[in-house]
Design a protein around this ligand. Structure first.
Ligand code: CO
Length: 299
């Protein structure tokens, strides 16, 4: 899938440069080899929630601005979401393997794949395997690199925590708390949630990290929360998009949603329906990872 944002005008010097670079590419490709053609594949878990699509459009725009002239393709790793979108909206979104097959057929030789996941969990592990299986295929791509998810190195966690804090509602008062809803996973990558809690603590903020499917749980978070008399609780997804989990498990009206449980415990909850991919400061971190992956195409 490719997002398009209207016709782009191209200046004459840029056009000449493009033609020159293209010829250099052809000249260096050698006899029988394909000319070098570089591309980007952005890969998200995906979301079937319409309002969440804004995150993907924003990222697409930013990536195209950072990498002018480089074709940008998209894929979703969640087959459930891809099938749901196809069935309900007739929108066909590629899986990573279909997107890479198409790019291979379109003559791409070098592809930087960027994971738009939050942690290097099962989705990222799968993407890594899929991407590398396309590398070195006969008549296929010669080089594929995969950009790290939002949280990978220790400094990533630090940077993400700072970017998130700067993006949270400015109107919150010092006595208010924030409860973040991360996804959580049985994989070892769950460690990023308690790790980010440590960095939030260092910032001295009333921010608590919980997860739907891992550790810490909402129960763990509630044991740390100040009394309901102290202030409000902002409920915010710690996921790239405010999708199904944010709408149902976090802010839904069912008695087992976090909002319902916290409200019942006496708290005033303010859900913020924004995924971290909607915060420019956070998107910049994913783009930094893509820049690393893209420049690694030449090594
Ligand atoms: Co889930």
């Amino acid at each position: 899938m490719q997002y398009r944002f209207g016709a782009k005008s191209i200046s004459i010097p840029a056009l000449i440069l493009f033609i020159l670079l293209f010829q250099i590419g052809v000249a260096f490709a050698g006899h029988g080899a394909k000319p070098v053609k570089k591309g980007i594949l952005l890969v998200a878990f995906g979301s079937s929630v319409t309002s969440a699509q804004v995150s993907f459009k924003d990222i697409d725009k930013k990536v195209k601005a950072e990498f002018p002239g480089v074709p940008v393709h998209w894929a979703f790793t969640s087959s459930i979401i891809r099938h749901k979108l196809a069935k309900t909206e007739g929108r066909i979104i590629d899986s990573p393997s279909i997107a890479l097959s198409k790019m291979m057929d379109e003559g791409f030789t070098h592809v930087a794949v960027q994971s738009l996941h939050t942690i290097p969990g099962e989705e990222y592990e799968g993407l890594l395997k899929t991407a590398h299986s396309f590398e070195g295929m006969p008549k296929g791509m010669s080089r594929i690199t995969v950009g790290k998810p939002l949280l990978y190195s220790d400094s990533d966690v630090k940077a993400a925590v700072a970017a998130l804090i700067s993006s949270f509602p400015a109107k919150r008062r010092p006595q208010d708390s924030i409860v973040l809803m991360g996804h959580g996973t049985p994989s070892p990558a769950n460690i990023y949630y308690p790790a980010s809690q440590y960095y939030f603590n260092l910032k001295g903020s009333n921010i608590y990290v919980g997860t739907v499917e891992g550790f810490p749980t909402l129960k763990n978070v509630m044991a740390k929360l100040p009394s309901p008399k102290k202030g409000k609780i902002y409920l915010i997804p710690f996921m790239s998009v405010a999708g199904d989990h944010a709408h149902n498990d976090m802010a839904g009206s069912d008695p087992d949603s976090w909002k319902s449980i916290l409200t019942k415990a006496g708290y005033t909850c303010v859900p913020v329906m924004k995924g971290s991919a909607e915060y420019p400061a956070v998107v910049d971190l994913w783009i930094n990872h893509l820049k690393t992956a893209y420049s690694a195409l030449d090594h």
